[in-house]
Design a protein around this ligand. Structure first.
Ligand SMILES: [Zn+2]
Length: 494
């Protein structure tokens, strides 16, 4: 058995400023054997495990898009064509294969290509004819039936924080093997109830998504049912197929797949209001955190999910306004200030700088802070939490200022997250000493921080990744998508 595998993966934030180009992606692309040599978890590692079990020959074609991270905007068409056509050319050169596994994110947005993942599969289909093509997707995928019409089966991950990418890759590859060997006849259905939601509402351990996934698990108990999943979608892409989708994969039973997908989709529609519950603004969130700390509930995480550029100052300003002590912000992106400090100051110096608030209209104003430089450098550290455990992170230039009162702000050359404690200890912050941890993240951090923090307060700060989607301007989404489509506009309802 010969199976070709490829990954072309991008979560495109179309509200972010910088286009995604070949120049940006190419340094991180792998081809051929190098892909297999560097696999450390993830979808393709799952493919390989399943294929190795049956001694299948792997034909690794391409791994593109994993870096430079999810915060770049529209791919230009040259970039999309280059990597898609490279997969197709690789297939033609490889000769006969028995099937293809494609790791696609599902929220790629491309100038001039309205449904990129469906287009990738269409081009692959031209190369392999009726050989089975099975696709895996992130649950932030924005897809519609154009994809399920052209792929034999589509497997969406079931966890956010995303802890099951390898497991899902394995399941998809098992399904492909069974299909090639004639034991499985993929029949699938996709339904879209017409709901768009901010990522911060999509954690799979909490309602409403948990409720939907529990219904999926019930359906999966049936013999013919292989995979039922919900992709809540990615709201920060202004694309026509944006929003929640349900995909059910069965063995040979189209009617059953249709019934399941419709059932879960109807359930999602009935829960639509819980995908957009109002959240506290920065002022309210900081007050809420202080009230918890007074009751001995510490540390508290303030999750500013809106900041997708890393330079937002809304939380910093509010923490200073309310006189909070023992707080840490592990990254305010400001390359100009970081480099200026590197050139003019050293550890132990007391400095005054104006940081952040430069990348977008949503970032807030720069904030003046003064403090002692307690760390300056480009640390390398190993992740310790469930998300990416064991993975090495190489920071750009980071400088930690101690502002007094055990308050710490890390000025970073680029956006810097901290989904576990390693990003804090790498710059000398004692996590145990903190009352407030500010994270520029929505859900991934909870895999670690829910085990440490007494509370996780989701904040509705201004930003490109905002919780209140009505503050973003969309041109391409359907008129009836809840809650932001024109049909639901308050002016029109009134
Ligand atoms: Zn995702």
């Amino acid at each position: 058995m010969r199976v070709a595998i490829a990954e072309f993966f991008h979560e495109t934030c179309t509200f972010c400023p910088d286009p995604t180009t070949i120049e940006l992606l190419e340094p991180h692309v792998r081809r051929g054997q190098a892909i297999l040599d560097h696999l450390t978890g993830g979808y393709m590692h799952g493919y390989k495990q399943a294929l190795d079990e049956v001694q299948a020959e792997l034909v690794p074609l391409l791994e593109a898009g994993g870096a430079p991270g999810p915060y770049t905007s529209w791919l230009d068409t040259a970039c999309f064509d280059k990597y898609t056509d490279e997969i197709v050319a690789g297939l033609r050169e490889a000769g006969e294969v028995d099937g293809v596994l494609l790791s696609l994110h599902g929220a790629m947005a491309v100038q001039g290509v309205p449904k990129p993942e469906a287009e990738i599969v269409r081009r692959v289909r031209q190369a392999v004819g009726d050989k089975p093509i099975i696709v895996t997707l992130d649950l932030h995928a924005n897809e519609d039936a154009e994809l399920t019409d052209v792929a034999d089966a589509v497997f969406v991950i079931k966890t956010y924080p995303h802890l099951d990418t390898e497991q899902t890759g394995y399941a998809a590859a098992r399904c492909l093997i069974d299909t090639i060997q004639g034991r499985f006849q993929p029949r699938q259905a996709l339904r879209k109830p017409g709901i768009i939601s901010a990522s911060i509402y999509q954690a799979t351990d909490y309602p409403p998504v948990r409720t939907l996934l529990e219904r999926c698990r019930e359906w999966e108990k049936q013999d013919k049912v292989r995979w039922v999943a919900v992709a809540p979608g990615f709201a920060y892409a202004d694309v026509p197929d944006v929003g929640l989708s349900v995909i059910a994969v069965t063995n040979g039973d189209q009617a059953l797949a249709d019934k399941i997908a419709q059932d879960v989709s109807d359930l999602a529609w009935s829960l639509r209001e819980s995908f957009c519950q109002p959240l506290p603004n920065p002022q309210e969130a900081v007050a809420e955190a202080l009230a918890l700390i007074r009751q001995g509930q510490r540390p508290v995480v303030l999750a500013d999910g809106a900041d997708r550029t890393g330079d937002s100052t809304h939380m910093l300003q509010e923490l200073l306004n309310q006189g909070v002590k023992n707080f840490a912000i592990p990254g305010i992106a400001d390359p100009v200030v970081a480099k200026q400090l590197e050139a003019t100051a050293q550890v132990g110096d007391k400095v005054k700088v104006s940081v952040g608030g430069w990348a977008s209209e949503f970032s807030g104003a720069p904030v003046e802070i003064s403090g002692v430089i307690e760390f300056m450098g480009r640390p390398k550290y190993t992740l310790v939490g469930p998300m990416g455990k064991g993975r090495q992170v190489q920071d750009g230039l980071v400088i930690r200022l101690n502002l007094g009162y055990n308050n710490h702000v890390v000025i970073s050359e680029r956006m810097r997250g901290a989904n576990d404690s390693a990003g804090f200890t790498a710059v000398g912050i004692d996590v145990d000493s903190l009352d407030v941890v500010v994270l520029k993240d929505r859900v991934h951090h909870r895999a670690f921080w829910d085990t440490v923090a007494k509370a996780d307060i989701k904040v509705d700060a201004p930003g490109i990744g905002v919780a209140d989607l009505s503050t973003l301007h969309y041109d391409n989404v359907p008129d009836d998508i809840y809650p932001i489509g024109r049909k639901w506009h308050k002016e029109e309802v009134r």
